[in-house]
Design a protein around this ligand. Structure first.
Ligand code: MSP
Length: 524
């Protein structure tokens, strides 16, 4: 069986997760679900990145122990993933004991390989934020987080010999094997980083206490990236007593990450893996940002319209599928895209109510009206039906191809096109007229039969994208645990299935009224 290992970044539990954070997870979940339906053995990893000074500061401001604070946020995160139907196979926390042990062993290995050495770190330090910055990270010479003055820092720490791997890393990009996608991100790496030469990287800190201690030098704490990036292998049991998952799933098929952390995944992570002598992930995909009021984060500025952006509220009012539909369908994977309440609601009506929900209530309504609620197998296939089936097959294959190419937005759209074709087929065949004709029964049966087959093809795919609602209709046709057969089309076993009228899966919204209510929630 073909395996598929996909990961999201691990999230900073510095606050409750936002709709922006949901973006990576929802997209990865849909890709993972689709691969499961195609018969892959899937491992889908997500989790939380729990160390660092920032977390320690937040906990102390709340008068809490770090771990107590983290437990609260992690519980909230898991609840959110449940709400959004995220089907992860493992949730890793970097405070988990097995991860801590693996990171220490990884650090030791890098050291034993001669890739880690002690030296003095010189850079900039923001006292209130307790954060180190390099000259290039400063914004107008000031701390990029709080905008205050920074001071010169001078501290002993361990460095990783990133420069040693420069040539091998460069080759990775020159080989043209699409290690990093979209292509524009690879060009960014080449122009912004390789052109300046890679500098060795500070990988431990003396002043940071909330983190994993270096085993052979307890005064030093392993800093950020060696800890965080290692989650992708520690989660599989790398360097533990049971590394069977590691043997089975490594290398990852894809690490999906936001564009601001592409550098860490496409330069630092492969260098660490090279040092460890491990195979590299097959692909790093750097997606774009969901833009709120012109920025990545949800902090709205003065005078700007406040919007409801809490995925918990949106999901409770409109279902998790509405949140997923927006993130998958309205933002082209790889690019930035804006969020607004209006866009969200219009997408709900345009895609979910008018297309996805409408087709099943329409078709089932017709089966009830023209065929006593039974899908008859007494049919006669005409050449025009064959043409229709072939079109559906093409769209289905296109949707499958697009998901394999990691183009979920396009894959989703191809599945939606199956619904468009299905509506066209019904409209042009007009079963409501044929039913009145003498001897029209077999033709009506045939139209309803193939329209139903096509709808089920679309729904089998859409189940990966909209897992809360689609399954309700699939169940009526006795389809549970969807399996997508890449080579077949329109051959669901639906003969004589009995159906009853259903409410539309997504009722049309009154956008004006919803906007008013959302505005009120946002301003409360
Ligand atoms: N902890 C690091 C990742 C370490 S992975 C070894 C981190 N965490 S994060 O919580 O800040 O971000 C997690 C993910 O959420 C990132 O991929 C980031 O790009 C994504 N998003 C956060 N806000 C976003 C948007 N507004 N839009 C899309 N994704 C964004 O980085």
């Amino acid at each position: 069986m073909k395996k598929f290992y996909i990961t999201t970044p691990i999230y900073y539990p510095s606050n409750k997760l936002t709709l922006g954070n949901c973006y990576t997870t929802v997209l990865c979940d849909s890709i993972a679900r689709f691969h499961r339906a195609l018969g892959y053995d899937v491992f889908f990893l997500t989790g939380t990145d729990e160390h660092g000074q920032k977390i320690a500061k937040i906990a102390s401001a709340k008068n809490m122990k770090e771990i107590d604070y983290l437990n609260e946020i992690v519980a909230d995160t898991k609840k959110l993933w449940e709400l959004l139907n995220i089907s992860y196979d493992k949730f890793i926390r970097t405070t988990d004991d097995y991860h801590v042990k693996a990171v220490q062993k990884i650090f030791n290995k890098l050291y034993e390989n001669g890739d880690i050495y002690k030296a003095t770190y010189k850079g900039k330090y923001c006292v209130p934020c307790e954060s180190f910055w390099s000259e290039e990270q400063l914004v107008d010479g000031k701390c990029p987080d709080c905008g205050r003055e920074v001071i010169d820092a001078d501290e002993e720490c361990y460095f990783f010999k990133l420069s040693k791997y420069e040539d091998r890393l460069k080759k990775l990009y020159e080989e043209g094997r699409n290690f990093l996608l979209p292509e524009s991100r690879a060009n960014e790496m080449i122009n912004n980083f390789f052109s300046k030469g890679l500098k060795d990287l500070c990988v431990s800190r003396k002043t940071v206490k909330w983190g994993i201690p270096v085993e052979f030098d307890k005064e030093q704490t392993i800093y950020v990236w060696v800890d965080a990036l290692s989650n992708y292998i520690s989660a599989l049991g790398y360097l533990s007593d049971d590394d069977s998952l590691f043997k089975k799933f490594w290398p990852a098929d894809v690490h999906v990450v936001g564009k601001e952390i592409v550098r860490f995944h496409s330069i630092i992570w492969p260098a660490i893996l090279m040092s460890l002598g491990l195979p590299l992930p097959k692909l790093i995909f750097g997606h774009g940002w969901l833009i709120f009021n012109g920025g990545k984060l949800s902090k709205s500025k003065e005078n700007e319209k406040k919007e409801v952006i809490d995925p918990r509220i949106l999901s409770a009012r409109y279902t998790s599928d509405a949140v997923r539909n927006f993130l998958i369908g309205e933002i082209s994977f790889g690019q930035d895209g804006p969020y607004s309440q209006e866009l969200f609601l219009n997408s709900f009506n345009g895609i979910l109510a008018n297309k996805v929900g409408n087709i099943s209530s329409r078709l089932i309504g017709m089966i009830c009206k023209y065929s006593d609620g039974v899908i008859s197998s007494d049919i006669k296939t005409l050449p025009e039906d064959e043409i229709f089936i072939n079109k559906i097959k093409e769209l289905k294959q296109d949707s499958i191809e697009k998901i394999k190419q990691l183009k979920p937005t396009l894959s989703y759209k191809s599945a939606l096109k199956i619904i468009d074709e299905c509506n066209l087929y019904i409209d042009s065949n007009k079963p409501w007229e044929i039913v009145k004709q003498e001897n029209g029964t077999i033709r009506v049966n045939t139209i309803l039969y193939y329209a139903c087959q096509a709808m089920l093809e679309a729904y089998s795919i859409l189940d990966a994208f909209l897992p809360e609602n689609i399954c309700k209709v699939l169940k009526i046709f006795n389809i549970e645990n969807v399996k997508i057969d890449e080579n077949a089309c329109c051959n669901f076993d639906i003969d004589n299935v009995k159906v009853e009228k259903i409410q539309p899966l997504f009722a049309r919204l009154d956008i004006g009224k919803e906007l008013q209510e959302l505005d009120q929630i946002a301003n409360d």
